[in-house]
Design a protein around this ligand. Structure first.
Ligand code: FE2
Ligand code: FE2
Length: 197
């Protein structure tokens, strides 16, 4: 079974070019991964600041925020192990392009933010799976395999929250629009290796 058939919210699977680029630059991928996990924790917290009275959302995203921070700490241990210093990295256009499609007014904003988060988690799940499959270091591959399962849960939770708080008739068509944007932005490989290049 291909990865894509398991992740049915993504419109296009990751290219072989990305896999080659990532495997040839695992140190940069690990550093970028650290940034991704920190941003994922912060994204979950931001939802709680903006929608503090949405009980289900607060409850589920509290768990996600702490898991992402735990992933952040684990990736940072890998950085230490491989002697990679924590350093800033310029972000690929992926996140900013997706955010530029988030509508500014409620209730559309919440729907778009939840769906964008779900797509990012789904792509992370797919790519960590590819890293697990192709990484030449068996221990690092096992680490990626472990994280992959959490990211799969996360994209499901964001999707369920969209279905809980937003107009159900709008969720699927909007997901299809944003998923098209998400696949389009990845159709040109970013020249520098990134988790979402
Ligand atoms: Fe994570
Ligand atoms: Fe996640």
């Amino acid at each position: 079974m291909s990865v894509l058939t398991k992740i049915n919210i993504l419109q296009q699977p990751t290219s072989d070019a990305w896999i080659e680029q990532a495997i040839a630059n695992l140190d940069i991928i690990l550093l970028d991964h650290s940034h991704c996990e920190r941003k994922a924790a912060s994204g979950a917290l931001n939802f709680m600041f903006r929608y503090p009275s949405y009980r289900e959302l607060v409850h589920k995203l509290t768990a996600i925020a702490s898991e992402e921070l735990e992933h952040f700490a684990q990736v940072n241990q890998w950085l230490d192990r491989r002697g990679i210093p924590l350093a800033p990295l310029n972000a690929p256009p992926y996140g900013s392009v997706l955010k530029s499609h988030v509508r500014r007014n409620e209730p559309e904003r919440l729907l778009d933010m939840l769906l964008v988060s779900s797509l990012i988690e789904a792509r992370s799940h797919e790519r960590l799976g590819l890293l697990a499959q192709h990484c030449p270091d068996p221990e690092l591959a096992a680490f990626y395999r472990g994280l992959m399962a959490s990211e799969a849960r996360h994209y499901g939770i964001y999707w369920v929250l969209a279905d809980t708080y937003c107009d159900r008739a709008q969720v699927k068509p909007r997901l299809a629009e944003l998923a098209a944007v998400e696949s389009e932005v990845l159709s040109t490989l970013y020249p520098e290796p990134r988790i979402h290049s």
